[in-house]
Design a protein around this ligand. Structure first.
Ligand code: SOE
Length: 414
């Protein structure tokens, strides 16, 4: 069903799939599916990017899709979308949509992304790419076919676009750390450390595919490979569920991160609460990874420390405008970790924002994602990370899960 927020008061509505007007040259008309936490973050990025960056295409926030018509209209008004749909199948067929932005739980990524690509729409899909390697392989294959016709797909690992992370990659690529020896990566949250926090979709294997492993472990797998430029070749891991039963969320808050109020009944947690794994990288570097939602006191602590033959770097998202660098070539008398405040105009993305020292936040990674995606589409280039990159991360996640069952090291095979 197609309705614009303005139509909410009227009975009239345009016929699904025929809404909208011919494209204005130089625009990128977006249809977004899902409007919870990620939908809000993506909407902010589509709204803000053209006001701070000179984009070669101007995003048009054409249509927001959600299952509930009333909630979708309210979200569209709040987030800045022109119209609403309640069936994603209409969004992927609309002639006034050029790109489909998928902000839904992982169990819907494959069907929406493949349908959109086959309908000739570019796709931005939230992470992790899919809930299984088989789904991710089908998505990557559909993206490869579509790319031959200039239709592009990207997976949303937004932390790559935090200026300090982009700087870290630049320093490693410039050889400032030399040969990479160690990667220490943690993603620590505590939003379900309280056993009374109700079930939500992120705790249901059917919808989420896995728990901490895929939801937040995917980020540190991507970040470790992005910064070092090295691929993980084998893993040995363990998944653990600490709390097996949780209260069922009251209907109204069932989709939110923490689940909100409880309904009085309980349900089964079917995913991992924490994932820990060792990794071996191509080239011989060693990795130690930890993803948990039970680290009381840590809210969104993405911590990376990388040690090389010429130095080290360290990053903590909870202090996201800082990158610590140790240059081992410095004389011992003055050597030490140097705190780089990554807010200079010379730093990635920063020139578009505020003067030195004012800093950026969580939402800026999403805005930078839109900036890079739009630039790639306008240039007819493959945006990164691609679905193939997302598939590789999915293979690492699946290998960790297999290793947890077999208690053996698991190779990552293409
Ligand atoms: C919940 O763990 C979550 O919202 C993740 O799903 C996001 O990817 C991450 O950016 C913040 O935490």
């Amino acid at each position: 069903m197609t309705e614009s927020p303005a139509d909410a008061t009227s009975a009239t509505r345009s016929t699904p799939g025929t809404a909208g007007t011919p494209a204005t040259p130089g625009t990128l008309r977006v249809g977004m599916v899902g409007h919870a936490f990620m939908g809000a973050a993506h909407s902010q990025a589509w709204r803000t990017a053209p006001h701070f960056f000179d984009l070669p295409l101007t995003p048009v926030m054409q249509v927001l899709c959600g299952r509930d018509p009333g909630r979708s209209r309210t979200a569209a008004e709040r987030l800045g979308w022109a119209e609403t749909e309640t069936d994603w199948r209409h969004v992927v067929q609309r002639p006034d949509v050029d790109l489909v932005d998928i902000c839904t739980p992982g169990d819907t990524h494959a069907e929406i992304a493949i349908a959109a690509l086959e309908a000739g729409k570019h796709v931005l899909c939230e992470k992790p790419l899919a809930n299984t390697v088989a789904e991710a392989e089908a998505m990557a294959a559909a993206a490869e076919r579509a790319a031959a016709d200039g239709v592009m797909a990207m997976v949303g690992f937004t932390y790559r676009r935090v200026p300090a992370v982009a700087l870290a990659r630049r320093l490693v690529a410039d050889g400032r750390l030399g040969e990479i020896r160690h990667v220490r990566a943690q993603y620590l949250q505590d939003w379900i450390a309280d056993p009374e926090v109700p079930l939500s979709w992120r705790l249901d294997k059917e919808q989420a595919g896995s728990g901490a492993l895929g939801d937040i472990g995917a980020h540190i797998v991507d970040l470790a490979q992005f910064i070092t430029g090295l691929s993980i070749s084998s893993v040995s891991g363990h998944l653990q569920t600490f709390v097996h039963k949780r209260p069922l969320a009251a209907e109204a808050t069932a989709g939110t991160l923490g689940g909100g109020g409880a309904s009085g009944e309980t349900g089964t947690v079917s995913v991992d609460d924490a994932a820990v794994f060792l990794a071996s990288f191509a080239g011989g570097a060693l990795g130690v990874f930890e993803a948990t939602r039970f680290a009381y006191g840590r809210k969104n602590a993405i911590r990376l420390e990388i040690n090389g033959s010429r130095g080290s770097l360290a990053f903590d998202f909870e202090d996201m405008n800082v990158l610590d660098l140790f240059d081992a070539t410095e004389p011992a008398e003055t050597a030490g970790f140097r705190r780089i405040l990554v807010t200079e105009p010379e730093h990635p993305y920063v020139a578009a924002w505020w003067p030195a020292g004012h800093g950026l936040g969580y939402e800026h990674g999403f805005t930078h994602q839109v900036v890079d995606l739009v630039a790639a589409l306008a240039a007819g280039e493959q945006p990164t990370p691609s679905f193939a990159d997302g598939l590789q991360v999915q293979r690492v996640l699946a290998a960790v899960e297999t290793s947890s069952h077999t208690r053996q090291w698991q190779e990552i095979t293409a």
